[in-house]
Design a protein around this ligand. Sequence first.
Ligand SMILES: [Zn+2]
Length: 201
Amino acid sequence: MGQCPWCGSPQANQRTNCLNCGGPLIPIHEVGGRETPVPPPAPRPISERYKWRYIASDIGTITGLFVSFVGAIFFFMGLAFLVGRETRLLGVAFVPIGALMVLAFVAAGIRGYRKAVRFVRVLRIGLPTEGRLTSLREQHNVEINGRHPWILHYGYTVADIDYQGEVRTLDDPRDEYQVGQPLCVLYDPDLPSESALYPHP
Ligand SMILES: [Zn+2]
C-alpha cells in the first residue's frame, strides 16, 4: 500500500489511477537513494468526482450544512409561530434569523465549491516549482477519527512574487518533513496563489 501523491488517500500499488481522485499513480523516482518528486506533465486525469469529495471533506462546508439545517428549522418554526396570535412575535424573530442562517450556508457553499474547483485545477494543470516548508503544526483543537490533523505551511515564489500555501494531513508528518526543507509545489500558471504539494503529505 502506498499513498496517492495527489489526494493523499491510501492506494494499492498495482493501480494506475487513484480510486479517490483519479490521479495517475506512477512510481516516484528514486534518485541517489532519495525520493525526488517528479509530477507527470499536465493535463493530469484528476476526476470530476474528486471535486465533490474535496467539498465533503471541507470542515467549513460541513459546518455550513449544519447551520443551514438549523436555520431551515428556525425558518419553518417561525412561519408556524406567525399563524398563532400569542406566538406571532416569536415568528417575527425566527423567520429572518432562519433565513439569514440558510443564506449564510449558500454563501459558504459557493465559496467551498469555488475553492474545490481551483484546487482540482491545480492538480490537473499545475506547474511544478521548488518551495520550502515554513511550519508544521498539530491542530490540538480538532479531532478526526481520534487523530489530530496537521497543517503544513509552505512558501514558494513565482515571477518574483512570494506566495504561501497550506495543506492538511492526518498522518504525522514529522518523520518525513522538517521546517526549511525543499518541496515540490504545483501552482496554477493563471492564478499562482493557488497551489498544492506534490506528493500530498
Ligand atoms: Zn488520489
